[in-house]
Design a protein. Structure first.
Length: 223
C-alpha cells in the first residue's frame, strides 16, 4: 500500500489512479488543471485577442485610404475623392500634362517635354471618413502658357466628331497618413480639358483712399 500523492489516503502500491480523489499517480498528475485555472486561462486568451484587435486598429496601424477620380463631364472639372480610412490624407499636387510628342512641323526640331501646368484647388486636406467633389481651376496666366505650348508644338486639335490624337492627362497625387502615395489619372482632349477648368482671376487689391488735405480749423468730412 502507498499514500495518494494528492489526498494522502491509502491506495494499492501499483495504482496509477487514486480510487478516492481520481488523481493520477504517475507523470500525468503534473498536467492536471483545476476548473478555476482553466477558466482563468480562457479569460486570458479572450482578453489577449481583444487587445490585439484594439492594437491593430490603434494609431500605430491606422492609415488613410483614399479613392478618387476626375469627373471630366462636370463644369468645371472636379476631383471626386473619398477617404474611408481612420486617418487624414492630403492632396500633394494636381497637374494637366501634355503628351511627350515631337513637333509636327515639317522637319521641325524636337521640342522638350513640357511637364504640364499646375491645377489649383480650394482645399487640399482630406479628413478621415470624408468625401467631396473638389472643383479644379487654373489662373489666366497658366491658361495662356498652356495655349502657347500647344501652338509651339503645332498641335492641331480634333474637330467635332474627330478623335483627338493628342490627349492630355490630368494627374493627382495623394499622400496617405503613413507615407504611401495614391495616384489618380484621367486622359482627355487637351482643348476640352483646358477649357473645362475654372479660370480664376485674382481680384486687384483695393487701394486706400487718398487723404484730403484739410485747411486749418476745418473739420474732416463725414464719410
Amino acid at each position: 500500500m502507498k499514500a495518494c500523492s494528492s489526498c494522502a489516503l491509502e491506495i494499492p502500491a501499483a495504482a496509477r489512479l487514486c480510487s478516492h480523489c481520481k488523481s493520477y499517480q504517475d507523470w500525468r498528475r503534473f498536467l492536471s488543471v483545476s476548473t478555476t485555472t482553466l477558466a482563468l486561462l480562457t479569460a486570458l486568451v479572450s482578453t489577449g485577442a481583444a487587445s490585439i484587435a484594439t492594437i491593430t486598429s490603434s494609431a500605430w496601424f491606422a492609415d488613410s485610404e483614399v479613392n478618387g477620380r476626375f469627373v471630366l463631364d462636370a463644369r468645371p472639372i472636379t476631383l471626386s475623392i473619398a477617404n474611408t480610412g481612420n486617418r487624414p490624407a492630403r492632396i500633394d499636387s494636381i497637374s494637366l500634362e501634355l503628351p511627350p510628342i515631337q513637333s509636327v512641323l515639317t522637319e521641325g526640331p524636337d521640342l522638350p517635354v513640357f511637364s504640364g501646368i499646375v491645377v489649383e484647388i480650394d482645399d487640399d486636406d482630406i479628413p478621415a471618413g470624408s468625401s467631396r467633389q473638389e472643383p479644379l481651376s487654373i489662373s489666366p496666366e497658366t491658361a495662356r502658357m498652356f495655349a502657347a505650348e500647344l501652338r509651339a508644338r503645332g498641335i492641331r486639335l480634333a474637330g467635332p466628331g474627330e478623335e483627338d490624337p493628342f490627349a492630355c492627362t490630368l494627374k493627382a497625387t495623394i499622400s496617405n497618413f503613413r507615407g504611401s502615395m495614391t495616384p489618380i489619372e484621367s486622359k482627355g482632349s487637351c482643348l476640352i480639358l483646358a477649357a473645362s477648368l475654372k479660370t480664376v482671376i485674382a481680384e486687384p487689391e483695393r487701394q486706400p483712399d487718398p487723404e484730403i488735405p484739410q485747411a486749418p480749423g476745418q473739420s474732416p468730412p463725414t464719410p
